[in-house]
Design a protein around this ligand. Structure first.
Ligand SMILES: [Zn+2]
Length: 434
């Protein structure tokens, strides 16, 4: 049996990721702009810092909260042409249309040998804005996600001005865990030139990364407090348990939510998400004042579990694959496991043949999760991609996808630290021998 291969019986055409990007068609540029003006202009403010005289081509890096980010990006970059590096599933049943809009599809959290060339074409041939969301997914709790170190070298190589567009408020309005019902929130996006071509030539990839991480730092709940944004929608906490899945009182991972409340059914403790975005226990002590504090505590608990107890996850899952943008193919039931070193494994059987999909820890700094998936069914899922296919898994176990994301990130960090330690030891041994 060959790993990472499904027996489709020769009937499937895989989506090609090596295609040359299309220069954004003016008609689509206008249509997107007009649509963004209607939808986003009344709700958002865009401020610009150091942008005088900055014209395309440049690299635009944005944080990612919700679909509205694309609309604000269109307003902020007008009148330049823009090409977005976007997830392949976003091209589902409309690949031709997004292609004409200049979008370049990618499979998330995989190594893509065509990306650099495509970025160069967008900047140097099309003279367009190259728009990338380095966090690669919507923020689960309104704070910055891991940004891979490789961006330092990529930006240095591209040699074009780097602009950051930092959105604030889009998460508060449409959080990934409750995106179907909007909250009333005025948003603010700041567009800032952070690196000129001269800066890129002088600075090392590490220095570039330091600037990038600093400029892409945000916390939506701090923004809410600073701007006194009151969110009194009666459904404001509904879905938050997908992210805050672990009870800080009894440590069970069975949290649920209703209206403005988070509830632990195991110990009956309840918390309110206040209109100002704070956490307040309704009985007993308030363990954390804000959702990001609770979130980071969960991350620490997962890390402790990996280090002290040995981490292992297994669940039966329903799997759907997306070899191209036409159709999600149901592959039936399979077993998803996640553990140290070997990372993710999906084992199942399709078309009378067993399959094993494997993504070791070393290649994955993150993983894509959804809490309410719009394309297949409105439930939490985890997506594991290989270089030519994507597998959407709906776990039978509940309240698990956020923990899987924490474990992916923490396992990767540990693996990277071990690798650095091995490099250091080898270098030391070599020096002693010399
Ligand atoms: Zn509890």
């Amino acid at each position: 049996m060959e790993y990472n291969k499904i027996n489709y019986g020769g009937k499937i055409k895989f989506h090609r990721l090596d295609k040359k990007p299309i220069k954004q068609i003016w008609l689509f540029k206008w249509l997107i702009h007009i649509l963004s003006l209607i939808v986003m202009k009344p709700k958002t403010k865009i401020e610009k810092i150091g942008m005088d005289g900055i014209k395309a081509p440049y690299v635009l890096l944005s944080n990612h909260h919700a679909f509205a980010d694309f609309e604000v990006n269109s307003l902020a970059t007008y009148p330049a042409r823009v090409s977005n590096i976007a997830t392949l599933e976003g091209h589902y049943r409309r690949a031709w249309l997004l292609g004409l809009c200049g979008c370049v599809p990618k499979r998330k959290f995989t190594t893509d040998p065509y990306l650099l060339k495509q970025c160069e074409i967008i900047l140097n041939e099309h003279k367009s804005v190259l728009s990338i969301y380095p966090e690669a997914r919507y923020s689960p709790i309104g704070t910055t996600a891991i940004i891979p170190d490789s961006y330092g070298a990529l930006l240095k190589r591209l040699q074009k001005p780097v602009v950051v567009l930092l959105h604030r408020g889009n998460y508060l309005r449409n959080p990934a865990w409750g995106w179907r019902r909007s909250r009333k929130v005025k948003t603010l996006s700041t567009m800032k030139l952070i690196l000129t071509e001269r800066d890129l030539a002088k600075k090392s990839p590490e220095e570039i990364m330091e600037i990038l991480r600093r400029e892409l730092t945000y916390n939506e709940y701090e923004y809410q407090k600073e701007h006194n944004i009151i969110i009194d929608a009666p459904y404001r906490a509904e879905g938050l348990h997908h992210v805050l899945y672990k009870c800080p009182h009894c440590l069970k991972e069975e949290m649920t939510s209703k209206g403005e409340k988070l509830i632990c059914p195991a110990c009956q403790k309840e918390w309110e998400l206040t209109p100002l975005g704070e956490i307040k226990a309704l009985n007993g002590e308030t363990e954390f004042n804000s959702p990001p504090e609770w979130f980071e505590w969960e991350r620490k608990m997962v890390k402790d579990e990996i280090v002290n107890q040995g981490y292992f996850f297994e669940s039966s899952v329903d799997v759907y694959s997306l070899p191209n943008t036409n159709k999600f193919i149901p592959l039936g039931k399979a077993t998803l496991t996640h553990k140290e070193k070997s990372g993710f494994t999906i084992s199942g059987r399709y078309n009378n043949e067993d399959f094993i999909i494997s993504r070791p820890v070393a290649g994955m700094y993150g993983v894509h999760i959804e809490f309410d998936y719009c394309y297949i069914r409105p439930e939490p899922c985890i997506q594991i991609s290989t270089s030519n296919d994507t597998f959407v898994c709906f776990p039978e176990k509940k309240n698990v996808v956020m923990k899987l994301l924490f474990a992916t990130e923490e396992l990767y960090k540990i693996e990277q630290a071990e690798r650095a330690e091995r490099r250091r030891a080898r270098k030391e041994a070599k020096e002693i021998n010399e």
